[in-house]
Design a binder for this molecule. Structure first.
Ligand SMILES: Nc1ncnc2c1ncn2[C@@H]1O[C@H](COP(=O)(O)OP(=O)(O)OP(=O)(O)O)[C@@H](O)[C@H]1O
Length: 833
């Protein structure tokens, strides 16, 4: 028999004899040094004194040294930033109480003066004492836009039949106007706001949406900003970094880095956050760790700051005061009010029970109830309008008019007259009050109700309403055939700039290309955000690396120094399989992270912030999602730490080529499993379903890997073809070929009865002659006895060359990526709003 270099006839199976010390000791050491580095980082992040010292040593501000390349900014620069802001401020205070007024009905006498005075005092206090108390001059102009909506309706196809949630809603919002969207819970406020913001992609929608008198096109979405109730910031990023991220994504690509920074400083000063530029946002990390950062009010102002960064014409805010205490709510609204006045944004904010001072900041109000329009117009006119219907407002009895209006239109519960006075209490009353208002509104504005032909437009179109329905049609104009006066006024004011590229003065808000920045720039920015979220959560990286290393050490200890004898065939086979099973299972620790990643993406996708492909590539090439530490390089490190530790300790095939091949197969298997779990998280509507899908996949992987089931023995053989869906099957094949291909193991000492029985059991289909040979050769000692492990490969029918299995696995990984990307696109469309 030809001597085989891998054959170790003298191997006795002694401790350590075959373990590869030169492999596992460096790997385990590396894992601990690597983890120690990240633990040190954790310690530094949590020790303000150390941080300050490090900053001093480097002469830079870490809060601004973001790792986002061009976003980096030093201490000197920040100080310059503060100076710049100081230079830009003027001393003009803006009263939040100026009203739009002219066309407003006479204010009800009942708008309690005391409330007004109290509110005014508090608001001034808030605006004067805040860090951004002074009015800031602006380097970017807002393209003024008038938004008008006519006969907006929305219904859903519920199992019980069509469910109408909005019907025939009319109104208009002018530049520089702050509008409140009020209504009892379930009135349809969010639905309505989503429609106005062109962010509604489900439901049957009808009506018209006009911007400066022309149909609202898909591009209008770029002129709007939507500040959701729950913000979507990476908790570990600082205020400055969050702003830089958005600046890089939504400000025009042609802007220089300096100009971007200047704009950020300007906006932070505007919302009173200049002092908090280094503060981290804070909140709960995907892993559950809570980080302290900005206060609730500051966080809300940061959300507003990101909203106004690109100077949108229309800013939508969903419950901007929710979760804030009364003073923080007032401060937020005060900043908003000033900004609206200075910059001519249109602000539409849904709001629940505003305190009187906040109520007084609104110029106009839209009141909805049960999906019907109850009132739309100047704030001061609410009481007068309902008074004209016989529902009179008594300030002593009803308090703030907004509270009264909400109580008035809420039906479905008892409203004793002694508390509520004359009130709307039945659906009939509500419908009749709504019809009265609609007819009053149309008459006042010289409009006629449009006859909407055919079925309502489907929400599947990005423009929300069908394109033809956006146009001013004959039925959507005033009674004399011309567009409504407000629309004409806005158009005459030059607000047409909204829908054309490059507004006068190069305002950011006017760039109507679908994306402000190039794909490459978006990729870099997104990659930077992912990387930053990792480096700011170092404990996670350290924890994962150590987990992998120690699980590897435990497993490696169990198989330590597996001898190169025929008796070790079973252990070696088991190890090859256990390694790949481990790689199938380990990604489950990241499922929560994959789900939170989806949330991040969907929120950004609804605003069309960046190209989905840029996001995906940033993630695939470097990161697995905002806030996720399992980025691909880290995944590779973890996978290698575990696999090579076990490999070295157990002493699998020791030549470098086999070690590399094993590392490749195991890492690829791990990446595939991670990718499949990620895809499941994207496809599934919730995490429970994601787990179910993933478990189904993992079960198929392991069952059909070939380790548990001897395929030729399966009665329903056709089912075994499912093995071609199993990446574990190909991994097991490649791993086995790598370990056993062309290897002769010594059986010089003979085998114990147990080992002989295993050999017999391992090859159940062997002929009697072969069984006798096994007994004869392995059952007694013979210096020339060898086991040709190719017989193991033949038994499992593993014939594919290693390179072919490797290519199949790479293809599998590629398909998983494509599927995940497509699933993301579909989810963004399906689950948008
Ligand atoms: N996808 C949907 N399918 C069916 N009904 C829906 C759907 N989305 C919303 N609705 C229903 O539409 C109605 C209006 O919901 P919406 O969220 O707009 O109300 P809201 O005024 O914002 O309420 P809240 O103040 O409680 O947030 C509710 O009855 C809600 O159940």
């Amino acid at each position: 028999m030809a001597p085989n270099p891998l054959l170790r006839p003298t191997a006795e199976g002694a401790w350590g004899q075959t373990s590869i010390l030169a492999l596992w000791i460096p790997i385990v050491s590396f894992a601990h040094v690597f983890a120690a580095f990240w633990l040190l980082k954790t310690w530094m992040l949590n020790s303000p004194g150390l941080r300050a010292a490090a900053r001093k040593a480097k002469g830079a501000a870490p809060g601004l040294r973001s790792g986002l390349g061009s976003r980096a900014s030093g201490k000197a620069e920040l100080e310059a930033a503060s100076d710049a802001v100081a230079i830009q401020v003027s001393t003009a205070h803006v009263s939040p109480f100026e009203t739009a007024g002219a066309a407003a009905p006479a204010p009800a006498a009942s708008e309690a003066a005391s409330a007004s005075e109290r509110g005014a005092e508090e608001v001034f206090q808030a605006l004067e004492t805040g860090p951004g108390a002074l009015a800031v001059s602006h380097s970017v102009n807002v393209a003024p836009s008038t938004l008008e909506w006519q006969g907006i309706g929305c219904s859903y196809n519920a199992p019980t039949g069509p469910k109408e949630v909005l019907a025939d809603i009319w109104g208009i919002a002018q530049p520089g106007e702050m509008q409140a969207l009020l209504g009892p819970s379930g009135a349809g406020k969010s639905t309505f706001m989503d429609i106005l913001a062109l962010r509604k992609s489900v439901g049957n929608l009808s009506g018209r949406l006009l911007v400066n008198g022309a149909r609202a096109s898909k591009r209008f979405i770029k002129k709007t900003a939507y500040v959701p109730q729950e913000d979507n910031f990476v908790p570990t990023m600082t205020t400055w970094e969050v702003m830089s991220f958005y600046a890089d994504i939504i400000l025009p690509g042609r802007w220089s880095s300096e100009r971007r920074k200047a704009r950020i400083r300007e906006v932070l000063a505007e919302v009173g956050l200049a002092h908090a530029h280094r503060t981290i946002v804070g909140g709960t990390l995907p892993g559950g760790l809570m980080m302290r950062g900005l206060s609730g009010g500051e966080r809300k102002r940061l959300a507003i700051a990101t909203g106004i960064l690109a100077a949108p014409s229309v800013l939508f805010l969903d419950e901007p005061t929710s979760g804030l205490d009364s003073f923080a709510a007032l401060t937020v609204m005060g900043y908003l009010k000033r900004m609206v006045r200075e910059q001519s944004h249109v602000v539409i904010a849904s709001i629940h029970q505003p305190r009187s001072a906040i109520w007084l900041m609104f110029d106009a109000v839209t009141l909805l109830a049960s999906g019907r329009l109850m009132y739309h117009g100047p704030r001061e006119g609410v009481t007068a309008w309902f008074g004209s219907l016989g529902y009179s407002y008594d300030p002593n009895l009803h308090g703030v008019p907004s509270d009264w209006a909400l109580d008035l239109v809420a039906i479905g519960f008892a409203k004793p007259a002694r508390f509520y006075g004359n009130t709307i209490s039945t659906r009939e009353d509500l419908l009749s009050a709504s019809a009265a208002f609609k007819s009053h509104y149309l008459q006042q504005n010289g409009l006629t109700s449009p006859k909407l032909d055919g079925p309502a437009a489907s929400g599947a179109t990005p423009g929300v309403l069908s394109p033809q329905s956006h146009a001013i049609s004959a039925s959507a104009v005033s009674a004399d055939g011309s567009p409504s006066a407000a629309v004409l006024a806005a158009a005459a004011a030059g607000a047409e700039a909204l829908l054309v590229d490059g507004p006068p003065g190069g305002a950011a808000g006017g760039d109507a290309r679908k994306y402000a920045s190039s794909a490459w720039s978006q990729y870099k920015t997104l990659f930077g955000r992912e990387l930053l979220s990792i480096t700011r959560n170092p404990f996670d990286v350290a924890g994962r690396t150590l987990t992998f290393a120690w699980v590897g050490i435990v497993m490696g200890s169990l198989y330590y120094g597996t001898p190169f004898t025929a008796a070790s065939a079973r252990s070696r086979l088991n190890l090859v399989f256990m390694l790949l099973s481990f790689y199938c299972l380990m990604p489950y620790v990241s499922m929560g992270l994959y789900s939170s990643d989806k949330k991040f993406y969907l929120a950004d996708a609804s605003s069309q912030l960046y190209r989905p492909l840029a996001y995906y590539l940033a993630k695939a090439s470097g990161a697995a999602g905002a806030g996720i530490s399992a980025i691909t390089p880290f995944q590779v490190v973890s996978a290698c730490v575990f696999g090579l530790t076990v490999y070295g300790m157990a002493g699998l095939r020791p030549d470098p080529e086999s070690i590399l091949k094993s590392g490749f197969i195991n890492t690829t298997m791990y990446l595939i499993a991670s990718q499949v779990l990620h895809a499941c998280a994207v496809i599934a509507p919730n995490q429970d379903v994601a787990f179910m899908l993933s478990i189904l996949w993992t079960t198929i992987q392991l069952l059909l890997s070939g380790f548990f089931v001897n395929f030729p023995e399966v009665l329903l053989y056709f089912i075994t073809y499912l093995r071609y869906l199993s990446a574990a099957y190909f991994s097991f094949e490649a791993g086995s070929i790598n370990e056993f291909g062309g290897v002769l193991l010594s059986c010089a000492q003979g085998m114990s009865d147990t080992e002989v029985n295993f050999m017999l059991g391992a090859f159940p289909n062997s002929s009697d002659v072969q069984r006798n040979q096994i007994n004869m050769f392995f059952g007694r000692s013979d210096p020339n006895c060898v086991l040709d492990t190719n017989s193991i490969l033949t038994y499992f029918n593993f014939r594919r060359p290693f390179w072919m299995s490797a290519c199949i696995l790479l293809g599998y990984l590629g398909v998983c990526h494509v599927l995940t990307f497509v699933a993301m696109l579909v989810a963004a469309r399906r689950e948008r709003r």
